[in-house]
Design a protein around this ligand. Structure first.
Ligand SMILES: NC(=O)c1ccc[n+]([C@@H]2O[C@H](COP(=O)([O-])OP(=O)(O)OC[C@H]3O[C@@H](n4cnc5c(N)ncnc54)[C@H](O)[C@@H]3O)[C@@H](O)[C@H]2O)c1
Length: 447
């Protein structure tokens, strides 16, 4: 292996994921209960709450949601003593809440997170961290200023599979990384965000004005409320919603701070139900060389009508000496070390030239070496243990941060490094052009 390559691997292995400046003292002593509240208790809010409560040291104080049916359901599941409200500020004002889970639609992430940090709560903020690129820096600033723990909810950053992938890439087992492919393909209506509208949905059961927040005013629309992902006013499309997971996983594995350029194409091919976001998106990224990794290329794909019975989600990391593919809970690796004999393509040359070439070749590569020609291909695989959940692991990582005040990996800077380029993909899609990003300054640049 060349010396420069060894040096790179050493640097990569010793480089840790970037951590932010400081962490303030917790209201929670290491052994006391952590009292949480969930703001936005829909599909993910219920999941996050359940996962957080797997820790016997966690108690649920309150939940906040804008749809009455979900507040009722929360009481059915978590007890009639649970405090419920439509106004998140009531939750933030409570002294018996140490940390909040924010699982609202994307356009509410930053406004609520900033208020929560100001109210001295630790924050588990669902992905994507931001709805607009301009929201990133104010949130990073408030997280630093407050010294609270803020963890973004892309659980792959705590996944055993990605930990294994990181170990493989950083120890050089597949040689030098050259490119990465990643995909998330679905084929069902609910997978394509056609969620069920509550039969009792009305302005009486839903706080429509609060849902809109800073989004353009419009009359009550249950479809927009329950299927908010399909509209740019509230969601972030395939890129913000799903690319962000892939970018978070990739950045964790490679220690990367982000790409230099993106180009995205796609279209609304099948789910023409009034949505204003595409259902197929393909993106190409250039990752520049950095202290942590060599330059590499990334290709991402999300397709909501993929022609396969099951959802597919995975990565393929390709290096000079091997490659591996991941799924939700497995990793399959093939190692193909460099050929010991280069081979030849001399059949079209004059006979005398072929003879001379072969003579020299056979001297250079003795019979023993030629017999072992080619590669020693090694296959190996890794599987997460039965019942393993990256979601649970990610909540454990958050609680560890809350109790110890040690910085978490997926902090606000990490969240921005993934969400910024993901949102730039949307801009590239709408503008139909290559766009550029400064990974250090975390902002779009002209070239
Ligand atoms: N990490 C993951 O794998 C994952 C998976 C799914 C969703 N998510 C994220 O979780 C978030 C929620 O997604 P979901 O699928 O649960 O959506 P959802 O529509 O099922 O739930 C969102 C809930 O937020 C409530 N809400 C909206 N505005 C609010 C406000 N201002 N105050 C309080 N509550 C409010 C709504 O009433 C709704 O019940 C999104 O940001 C999404 O990207 C993450």
């Amino acid at each position: 292996m060349p010396a420069s390559r060894r040096r790179f691997l050493r640097n990569a292995a010793s480089a840790s994921v970037a951590f932010p400046a400081m962490a303030a003292q917790s209201a929670v002593s290491p052994n006391s209960k952590v009292r949480i509240a969930t703001i936005g208790i829909g599909g993910m809010g219920f999941g996050d709450t359940r996962n957080a409560l797997k820790d016997p040291g966690v108690e649920l104080t309150a939940v906040c949601d804008l749809y009455t049916g979900r507040l009722e359901r929360a009481k059915e599941l978590f007890g009639t003593d649970l405090i419920t409200t439509r106004d998140y500020r009531e939750v933030l004002a409570r002294n018996d809440v140490d940390a909040v889970i924010i699982a609202t639609p994307d356009h509410w992430h930053v406004p609520i997170a900033i208020e929560a940090l100001k109210a001295k709560k630790d924050v588990y903020l669902q992905k994507p961290m931001i709805h607009k690129i301009s929201e990133g820096k104010p949130l990073i600033e408030e997280a630093r200023r407050s010294g609270r723990i803020l963890q973004v909810g892309s659980q792959y950053v705590s996944s055993a599979i990605y930990r294994k992938a990181r170990e493989i890439v950083q120890s050089g087992q597949i040689g030098q990384l050259t490119m990465v492919e990643a995909w998330l393909d679905r084929n069902t209506a609910t997978g394509a965000w056609q969620y069920t509208l509550a039969p009792d949905a009305s302005p009486a059961t839903i706080d429509w004005d609060r849902f809109l927040g800073s989004a353009p005013k419009r009359p009550f629309d249950a479809n927009r409320f329950f299927r908010w992902r399909n509209y740019n006013d509230y969601g972030t499309g395939l890129a913000g919603d799903l690319y962000v997971h892939l970018l978070s996983g990739l950045h964790y594995v490679t220690n990367s701070k982000g790409p230099r350029s993106v180009y995205t194409t796609g279209g609304l091919r099948y789910w023409k139900d009034g949505r204003d976001v595409p259902d197929v998106m393909l993106a190409l990224f250039d990752y520049p060389q950095s202290k942590e990794h060599p330059a590499f290329n990334l290709a991402l794909r999300v397709n909501f009508k993929c022609g396969m019975p099951e959802e597919r989600f995975g990565f393929r990391f390709v290096g000079t000496e091997g490659s591996f593919t991941t799924s939700y809970d497995t990793l399959e690796m093939v190692r193909t070390p460099e050929e010991s004999v280069p081979g030849y393509t001399i059949g079209t040359f004059p006979k005398a030239m072929q003879d001379a070439y072969l003579k020299e070749y056979n001297e250079k590569y003795p019979e023993m070496v030629r017999k072992n020609k080619g590669r020693v291909v090694e296959n190996s695989s890794f599987k997460a243990s039965d019942g393993y959940s990256a979601h649970v692991a990610h909540h454990e990582a958050f609680m560890e941060g809350v109790r110890t005040r040690k910085p978490v990996v997926e902090d606000a800077v990490f969240g921005m490094q993934a969400a910024g380029p993901a949102l730039l993909c949307n801009e590239s899609y709408y503008q139909k052009s290559i766009l550029y990003w400064d990974p250090e300054r975390m902002e779009p640049v002209k070239s």
